[in-house]
Design a binder for this molecule. Sequence first.
Ligand code: SF4
Length: 315
Amino acid sequence: MTTRTSYRAESPETIDAVRTGILTWFERHRRTLPWRETRDPYHILVSEVMLQQTQVDRVIPYYHRFLERFPTVQELASAPVAEVIRLWAGLGYNRRAVNLQRAAQAVVESHDGAFPHDLGQLRALPGVGEYTAGAIACFAFEQDVAFADTNMRRVLDRVFAGETGASWASLSGVAERLVPAGDGWRWNQALMEFGALHCTSRKPLCGLCPLQAECAAFPVAQQPGTRKPVKQEEAFVGSNRFYRGRILAVLRDHPDTAGVTLHELGAQVRDDFSPEQLPWLVDLVRGLESDGLARVAEPRASYDAGPPETRIALP
Ligand code: SF4
């Protein structure tokens, strides 16, 4: 695959044609999503954190439930961590829930409950990286900023670099030039949607694409489905991440704030649990503890040795 020269790829005419093609496509194909109906930065933050590593369809009911229970950043900030973790059950990557609450607490404590508009200050919030900061600045405050999730970056890489796996550092210049003055919200939504629905990773719809003339990667061959997801599922079952999820599920379902003993926890997490596996279990609990997802209820002093009577609970 040849890569077009940067002059041609980034000429004003190309920039204009790519922008027009994607915006026109967006008007025809955009989905109605609840976080597109709001400019509340707290709601945007909740949606963006949930959408990290989780599909849109799965996120929608969680998004509504979460905001129903914690309608404001203040209510999330002051909620018991255990309740936030329980509400997150089923979404996966539970550390996101803890970081989301920490970000809410930082907004309340350091910014009087009002989200900062400045990108640097947004990036300083716990768990908020470059992408999420850009998304809040753009989708809540309608700033004309360039940022990219995996889908957006893939589109830019294909169109302007010919699918070379170009870094964000080399794509950010053209990404900034693409943002139309005063219309950054619509542009970034459009680019995101185009990457999610049309120029997808495995099955890009090149034959129907409005960017055929501009795209340096055209045509990208569709990749047939493989058994990879099944293999991934097999690899996941029995992994430490799998058991972390099971431990958390036991703690979530345990109403007693005194928690459960390591022995009870081990027996509920795996059928073949034996005392020899206590160090393994303690390691997993330690990981959850350092991620803010579990706490040692008592007795703390004997925890390091992993005695079976040590009690573990949600934070
Ligand atoms: S031509 Fe294919 S690779 Fe290029 S932007 Fe369109 S769908 Fe993506």
